[in-house]
Design a protein around this ligand. Sequence first.
Ligand SMILES: Cc1cc2nc3c(=O)[nH]c(=O)nc-3n(C[C@H](O)[C@H](O)[C@H](O)COP(=O)(O)OP(=O)(O)OC[C@H]3O[C@@H](n4cnc5c(N)ncnc54)[C@H](O)[C@@H]3O)c2cc1C
Length: 366
Amino acid sequence: MDFGLTEREEVLVARAATFALGFSDIDGSPPWEQWGDGGWAGLCLPEELGGGGYPALASVLAFEALGRGGIDRGALFALGAHLFGCAMAVANHGSAEQKATWLPRLASGAAVGALGFSEASGGSDLDACGSKLVADGIGYRLSGAKTCVTNGSIADLFVVLARSREQRSPFAYSMVLLPRDTPGLTVTPIEGVRGLGATMPAEVEFDDCPLAESDLLRRSDLGMAQMLDIMRWERSCILAGSLGALQADFERVVRHLSERGRHQATDHALARIATRTEAARWLMRQAAWRLDQGGNDLVQPSMSKLFLSETIAECTGELRRLVAGAAWRGELGLADALDDALALLSASGTSEVQLNTIASQIGSGL
Ligand SMILES: Cc1cc2nc3c(=O)[nH]c(=O)nc-3n(C[C@H](O)[C@H](O)[C@H](O)COP(=O)(O)OP(=O)(O)OC[C@H]3O[C@@H](n4cnc5c(N)ncnc54)[C@H](O)[C@@H]3O)c2cc1C
């Protein structure tokens, strides 16, 4: 394994840190124009289609630097869902025409992307997907609904998992692309979420939406395999910004405790947080590096997602405990950190879903 960066990639990570310092986050809404201008909205998309052409490893390190530099966790999660969830789905599975239509717009921030797979009946069981794609002789009709869709309130493009055959089989699903102005598509913003508010989530409903063959991701009925591949990208990359933010929180707490006089109990707690954060960083790098090697295993992304989300949630809780009254008074920027961290536990699949994926491979080489 070689986690070394090229000179161009090192410049990118340094640029992310500088960008974060000069970043303006208006009303907590992700500023898509700034994401586009900075090159962040299309970091790992192909250069010939407007992206940065960076590998996954450099991309997660850039996201980590953006988070460490103080950019809101929710805004970075939203950017990650746009890039690693929606845009990479089009880049890895779209037709030449779909890529040419969408990737330059997604990379520039002119279009915002979203990925819809969770339904009200439960997001963990993808097989239970109730959204249906039915051929109507001319093209297809999509009916059903998705919930908790990150960027849903503002997205211009939705990549959606739908059932395209009645039988229970891995070949009974398709992924479809829906522009926001598709007839029959309704978006209802979800207000008052606890944590990661800048993700602007929505319920998205499909009422007999008309679709053409060209709106399906390249191979119809292979939607579940495509969905799992998309999850490999999301789970490997989407928490990088929050990991950077945890490091920034840690450094603020160390400064605060140092000013008040440190003692062994707090130092041991800090040492444990530092060690766990470092372990999370290495697991994240390994998962991203494996994406760059073209592997297709699901275990490493699940291990990374499980360990990062639990480390961020538990260490954030510990940091709040360490600064005691100051955290309660809303100081040190920790006021929303715990809600943000707890939301990460369910996003991109809960811990139990990651454990199921990892456990399914125990005994076969794991
Ligand atoms: C911040 C955030 C962003 C999100 N963004 C998106 C998005 O962009 N697009 C999208 O489609 N969804 C999104 N989601 C939804 C997310 O994917 C779901 O919340 C998640 O998959 C869990 O589904 P659920 O909430 O319906 O819980 P359920 O599936 O109902 O699960 C309830 C509980 O049962 C456990 N459980 C369920 N099945 C099993 C099992 N087989 N074995 C063991 N335990 C099990 C779960 O771990 C959980 O604790 C987002 C969620 C959050 C919090």
